[in-house]
Design a protein around this ligand. Structure first.
Ligand SMILES: O=P(O)(O)OC[C@H]1O[C@H](O)[C@H](O)[C@@H](O)[C@@H]1O
Length: 549
């Protein structure tokens, strides 16, 4: 057993349990606001351009003080500093965790094993910038001499979700003459639909894979190469002008047949889900241009600095992490909704699912012992107002407590017409109304006062006390996007530190991959798979019987 007490036996933990049982058994936001007029102002924190209001939470000053004590006792800031210093805090993989170095200033020094990694980061950024400019300007030509009109990023997980999300988010900054598509699923339909209307002569494939061994990506990349060569009626020499690679594995890139001169590198201290500001962002950089990409990196850096230096009581990622712990561990909340009121952020929550759930979906502690406390929540959500007309019913009146983050932008993007810009106020009216309704509800007396028949009063009553965080930003610029992502990266970090889990490994994804490899020959060749359980064996047999040859 480690020397430090188990999390739930710490006095700071039991103090929170007692606080919940004594003072916060049935917290009422109406009362908390009525008795504390300064609450909204006091419970608002700034991080860069982000304004984060956490006053509509089931908390008091005492709750916050106790949560901060838990953070101190578990040495969250100690681990944070170790991360920024380049220590190998990813202990199960013996790796440093340095996505923050990806956005460090050119003259910064961050050492791993005694070597400053920042110059290499900027060398790759410069190489990406030069390449992106060539593609954007038309200087980069395909095999037949035509300029590139479509970029297809082939990758999965962290090699897809980040750039795909950011491409959507920053669409209004993209070059409309140059489209980017994303292919991830090993389902051949994904690649088929992505390329069916493309001219191979004007298509560039970016093969994004940290390991360059991921079966989905390598399979799709191989099929893409076959498609290209068939379409162009060309030999393997056509590959060089149409394929580039983003990877840490030069050997595998060369094995695939991509010239390593056309490879953009990153390093084992960049986790896949923390990688879209590395070379993995090349498709995004081509779409928005190197200057915008660097603005985004600056946004990341603003929140990195905030997380590194802001005092605990005004440290936004720390506060957001602690609030998640409060609900997950002391209210038994199982999930967390992230609800962006922006069409451009339509992929944001999907991106966060990997960031959060692959990082903190763990049940073994850093000490190797099973944890006996709840860890990462189920993260879900889609853009408002669509969700309002689908699942918000459950958030408002269901039996589950679902803390939610509402992300809103004060201004729409510039390019909307005046009429469409005007719709933004309606969108945001919904945004503000929802958190108000969730927090304060509607009492039976208020319902009665509207003349509602008595038998309908219970149905039309809203109990309120549904906790939300409101995140407001001036507009969705590249910098603001970087700030938002860094905010969540560090929030996830805080929670993993307190739960004492390694947020940077992902062993849980391995078993399924191994079993898939074992089952595949049974599907394609009818091979015997030794040791198949009866359920899977019967399913495989059905598949084989009904499979069209
Ligand atoms: O970038 P790659 O090496 O191809 O990995 C792609 C993804 O697959 C893995 O299974 C991991 O679960 C993810 O963390 C990773 O982002």
């Amino acid at each position: 057993m480690p020397d430090t007490p188990r999390l739930i036996r710490r006095p700071e933990w039991t103090a929170l349990e007692d606080h919940r049982a004594d003072s916060m058994l049935h917290p009422q936001l109406r009362d908390l606001f009525a008795t504390d007029p300064g609450r909204a102002e006091r419970y608002t924190v700034r991080a860069g351009d982000l304004r984060i209001d956490y006053s509509k939470h089931l908390i008091t000053d005492e709750t916050l003080a106790l949560l901060q004590e838990l953070a101190t006792a578990t040495d969250v800031f100690g681990l944070r500093d170790a991360m920024f210093r380049g220590e190998k805090i990813n202990t199960t993989e013996d790796r440093a965790v340095l996505h923050t170095a990806l956005r460090a200033a050119r003259d910064a020094v961050v050492e791993v094993d005694g070597e400053n990694v920042v110059p290499a980061v900027h060398t790759v950024l410069d190489k990406m910038s030069a390449f992106a400019e060539k593609v954007r300007s038309g200087e980069w030509r395909g095999h037949t001499g035509r300029r590139i009109r479509t970029v297809v990023n082939i990758g999965i997980g962290g090699s897809d979700l980040g750039p795909a999300m950011a491409y959507e988010a920053l669409r209004s900054f993209t070059d409309r003459e140059l489209a980017v598509r994303f292919v991830s699923n090993v389902d051949g339909a994904d690649l088929h639909e992505a390329v069916r209307d493309l001219d191979a002569a004007e298509t560039l494939f970016i093969i994004a894979s940290k390991t360059f061994t991921t079966i989905e990506t390598i399979t799709n990349a191989t099929s893409a190469r076959d498609w290209l060569l068939t379409e162009l009626k060309a030999g393997p020499d056509a590959v060089a002008a149409h394929f580039v690679a983003l990877s840490t594995n030069a050997e595998k890139v060369a094995d695939f047949g991509i010239d390593t001169a056309n490879m953009f590198a990153f390093w084992d201290w960049v986790g896949g889900r923390y990688s879209f500001d590395s070379a993995i962002g090349l498709s995004l950089m081509i779409a928005i241009g190197p200057d915008r990409f660097r603005e985004m990196l600056e946004g990341f850096r603003i929140v990195d600095e905030h997380f590194r230096t802001a005092p605990a009581e005004s440290n936004a990622p720390l506060l957001m992490g602690l609030l998640g712990i409060w609900y997950g561990n002391f209210f038994e909340a199982q999930s967390h909704a992230v609800l962006p009121y922006s069409h451009y952020l339509s992929r944001f929550t999907a991106y966060l699912q990997q960031l959060d759930m692959e990082s903190n979906g763990k049940s073994t502690g850093r000490d190797g012992h099973p944890v006996d406390w709840q860890t990462g929540p189920v993260v879900w959500g889609t853009p408002g107002t669509n969700g309002q007309h689908a699942y918000y019913q459950l958030i408002h009146q269901g039996t589950k407590l679902i803390p939610a983050d509402f992300i809103g932008l004060i201004n729409p993007v510039d390019e909307l017409s005046p009429a469409l810009r005007a719709q933004h106020d309606l969108l945001m009216a919904n945004f503000f109304a929802q958190t108000q309704a969730l927090a304060f509800g509607k009492t039976p007396d208020e319902v009665r006062a509207e003349g509602v028949p008595e038998e309908l009063v219970p149905h039309k009553t809203f109990r309120g006390n549904r906790p939300t965080t409101t995140i407001l930003a001036p507009e969705l610029t590249p910098s603001v996007l970087g700030q938002l992502v860094a905010l969540y990266e560090h929030k996830v970090f805080v929670q993993g530190a307190i739960w004492n889990i390694d947020s940077f490994d992902q062993w849980g994804v391995e078993l399924g991959k191994i079993l898939a490899k074992r089952v595949e020959p049974a599907l394609t060749e009818g091979a015997e798979v030794p040791g198949l359980d009866p359920s899977t064996a019967a399913l495989v047999a059905t598949y084989r019987t009904l499979r069209k040859q």
